[in-house]
Design a protein around this ligand. Structure first.
Ligand SMILES: [Zn+2]
Ligand SMILES: [Zn+2]
Ligand SMILES: [Zn+2]
Ligand SMILES: [Zn+2]
Length: 273
């Protein structure tokens, strides 16, 4: 008879050993009993309870494992679609943090159903044996390609949309506003505050602080530009290129600013995970 916790602690090892031996000797019947018990109402409740506890207890560990798995999958995808040296197929950017997968023919043209994105797309590609039709681009080239059909670096680049007259006047107006915003918030340097890139077509307005500090303003795009002009260009914004902007969104700081630039190699190789 175990009378107190202290007594139990003393004979714990002995008890556990006995239980283990009993289990090994009567494996079949122990398993059958457990199976029968799990089918009763009481057993089902207990299973559910322990599942919930396990989920809570292992949340952090499972998240870490999930992230590691995702990074590994992404690295595989990056290697497969860029001849084993992850880099931008257009401008040759090697900073791993800026790279993403691009549909060579945009989905809007192929007319396929909205495809999976992120990890779901990576899983699908791996399952289907890495089919053709994808390439690696940096954020700058990816967004330029989205806006203009081909990247600005491409020798075939022409702003096709300008053939439409209505669009032309609208676009001219939008370009004027964007130019004004970029001039104001870059102290007339017209450059990314981080990497000093000067092509206005790659530049974007960045919220310096977290989005909660900008209540009462439009969230982005031209509505925000117009609002800022009306409000007399309040502080709290800066100009970044899309690469630096996306990197800042991911880590809170652009990889250019991180000492030793560890992120230029994928985390999987850095063994940071
Ligand atoms: Zn690029
Ligand atoms: Zn490009
Ligand atoms: Zn930049
Ligand atoms: Zn940067």
């Amino acid at each position: 008879m175990i009378s107190s916790k202290k007594n139990y602690e003393e004979i714990k090892d002995e008890l556990n050993r006995k239980r283990r031996n009993h289990r090994l000797k009567n494996l079949e019947s122990v398993r059958r009993k457990a199976r029968d018990y799990s089918k009763t109402e009481k057993g089902r409740k207990r299973t559910r309870r322990s599942e919930r506890t396990n989920y809570r207890n292992n949340l952090e560990r499972d998240r870490k494992r999930g992230k590691k798995k995702y990074e590994l999958l992404k690295y595989q995808i990056m290697m497969r679609y860029s001849n084993n040296v992850p880099q931008c197929a257009c401008c040759g950017e090697l900073e791993y943090d800026f790279l993403s997968l691009d549909h060579i023919i945009p989905q809007a043209i192929t007319g396929k159903l909205p495809n999976r994105v992120g990890v779901h797309l990576y899983r699908k590609l791996k399952r289907e044996g890495f089919p053709d039709g994808y390439q690696i681009l940096c954020s700058n080239c990816n967004l330029a390609k989205r806006d203009h059909g081909v990247c600005i670096h491409d020798k075939n680049f022409i702003d096709k949309k300008l053939h439409c007259i209505v669009y032309e006047s609208q676009k001219k107006f939008q370009d004027k506003i964007k130019q004004m915003i970029i001039e104001k918030y870059s102290n007339e340097t017209n450059a990314c505050v981080c990497c000093k890139l000067t092509d206005i077509r790659f530049l974007a307005l960045d919220h310096i602080y977290s989005i909660e500090n900008y209540k009462g303003m439009p969230r982005g795009g031209y509505p925000l530009f117009l609002w800022l002009r009306k409000a007399g260009f309040p502080p709290g914004f800066q100009i970044l290129c899309h690469n630096c902007n996306h990197s800042k969104a991911k880590h809170g700081i652009c990889v250019h600013m991180i000492k030793n630039n560890e992120h230029s190699q994928p985390n999987i190789i850095n063994n940071k995970l």
